[in-house]
Design a binder for this molecule. Structure first.
Ligand SMILES: *[C@@H]1O[C@H](CO)[C@@H](O)[C@H](O)[C@H]1NC(C)=O
Ligand SMILES: *[C@@H]1O[C@H](CO)[C@@H](O)[C@H](O)[C@H]1NC(C)=O
Ligand SMILES: *[C@@H]1O[C@H](CO)[C@@H](O)[C@H](O)[C@H]1NC(C)=O
Length: 312
């Protein structure tokens, strides 16, 4: 028997155009994520971030409620349309939000501490139409959502609180009218402005780097771990092929979640256990780079190894 290090892996990078491109990749989502922590009747801590896809555009300073823009071009984009007006009114909006939650807590006899989360924004489809959303959660559960097309708030859980809050918010006609405008028109034009000014950063593409490690947990098995790093943007497809067929998810194939790095590139890994005599291929494709990195791994000397059934 040969020692495991004599395994030879041939890694053949190939570039194939667009075939694996994911049509969803052209969806653009801009969203504001806000978390408010209400400690007691007189105290609230608010934090928030504005994201385009998974790229942070601004952060709300919890200390003074100022917005910090992350990119020089975000200032240009912000100077257009309604965004500047929205930012200048954001402290008033936050004060009203905090007051509303405290009043509701008092009326509905809610206990402190309580956590309110808000997710608001829009999706810009490839055909340039957009869809706005605004969801509110309390203590980690969906509570109510604003339905832009129906001009009203709808409960997202079967509770009296969800009914009361939805009804109370729907009755504020000036606010529902404003929200409808912000979530459809302003949000859409903000995404377009961000793209106009920030194209270089937003459309930057970093190809994935795939590294395959092999380890033998037993004489008849090999564990292949593919670590994929440095790619941007996020959509990626990593598959192992056996005889040209994609290996389906199962106990022998683990793919990790995608984790972002500080420079916004990502990493993920895919681990596969196979019988040693089986040739496998690894395909790594980023949707928007339109490229496929095709790696081929093969056992070195088949005759010296006892052939076992593939264990997937
Ligand atoms: C509310 O919570 C804050 C922070 O924990 C604390 O400093 C303050 O004394 C509390 N106020 C009341 C009325 O309990
Ligand atoms: C635009 O695309 C979205 C999502 O694919 C679809 O739901 C919508 O109907 C389309 N609108 C038009 C006007 O084509
Ligand atoms: C996949 O994960 C499961 C549970 O964490 C573990 O038992 C199994 O060994 C893993 N398989 C591979 C191929 O890493």
């Amino acid at each position: 028997m040969q020692p495991p290090y004599l395994f030879l892996f041939f890694f053949i990078p190939l570039l194939l155009p667009g075939k694996w491109a994911n049509p969803e990749a052209d969806l653009q989502v801009f969203q504001l994520l806000m978390t408010s922590f209400f400690t007691n009747i007189s105290c609230a801590e608010v934090s928030g971030v504005g994201l385009l896809g998974d790229m942070p555009i601004f952060t709300l300073d919890p200390g003074n409620w100022n917005m910090h823009l992350h990119w020089p071009w975000a200032y240009n984009a912000t100077a257009e349309g309604d965004t500047e007006k929205i930012i200048s009114h954001s402290k008033l909006f936050l004060r009203n939000l905090v007051r509303y939650v405290h009043e509701m807590a008092k009326k509905q006899r809610l206990g402190y501490p309580l956590v309110v989360q808000i997710r608001a924004g829009c999706v810009l489809h490839p055909n340039r139409t957009s869809w706005g959303f605004l969801d509110v959660g309390k203590d980690g559960r969906d509570l109510t959502a604003f339905k832009v097309e129906r001009d009203r708030w709808e409960p997202q859980q079967p509770s009296q609180l969800a009914e009361v809050v939805s009804k109370s918010l729907t009755s504020m006609k000036a606010i529902t009218g404003l929200l409808k405008h912000l979530l459809s028109i302003s949000c859409r034009s903000h995404i377009l402005a961000l793209y106009r000014y920030g194209r270089t950063d937003l459309e930057r593409q970093e190809p994935p780097m795939a590294t395959v490690f092999a380890h033998m947990p037993s004489p008849a098995q090999i564990l292949l771990v593919c670590h994929v790093t440095g790619f941007y943007p996020r959509p990626i497809s990593v598959v192992w092929l056996r005889d040209g067929q994609e290996v389906p998810p199962g106990p022998l194939l683990n793919t990790s979640a995608i984790l972002p790095h500080a420079d916004l590139t990502q990493n993920c890994s895919a681990a596969l256990t196979v019988g040693i005599a089986i040739a496998v291929l690894l395909l790594v494709a980023t949707a928007s780079a339109g490229g496929v990195w095709w790696w081929k791994g093969r056992k070195g000397d088949e005759a010296t190894w006892e052939t076992r059934e593939f264990i997937i």
